[in-house]
Design a protein around this ligand. Sequence first.
Ligand SMILES: [Cu+2]
Length: 188
Amino acid sequence: MTKSKILNHFTLLLILIIYTWFLKGVTSEDYIVGDGDEWNSQGNFLTWSTKYNFTVGDVLVFKYVKGQHNAYEVDEKTFRSCDASSGVLTKYESGNDKVKLTEAKKYWFICNVSGHCFGGMRFSIDVKQGNNPSSDDTNPTTDGSPTSQPDELPAVPPSSSSRSTLSSDTWKNGIYTLVFVILFKLFY
Ligand SMILES: [Cu+2]
């Protein structure tokens, strides 16, 4: 009797832990670009952009001294050329720019102050759908297929973000299964 009680408590605790984990994935998060170093000429934003798995609903916050930098959302061509005479989607210049990631797609950002883009103030992120397993599994990812890789990647090395996101999806599916099994064992 007591043994099974302990087991039940343990299971409840496990469910709680998994649930906290799970909720962390569901809720949207604010990401300060560059973390504590913020958006400036010294940062390595290629490294920063691969640190997180961004999902739809997350918010990027660009923090900098107004006038010293800016944040342009651009297309891929402009990201690579650093030439913002075309391909600019949105300009952010307030010094505290909140950019909500509303779509599951690739986003490219540059700073358009002279020399800053080439100096490293640019990055791209691959925003995923988030905790919606059905759409995650059925969405054919264009960047994941090996056939589309070699032809269109000149200057900048590809980020490893898509790979780590894939493995986190596998993780989530595993957690779903685990929760299901535990609930099943608990109630039947
Ligand atoms: Cu700048």
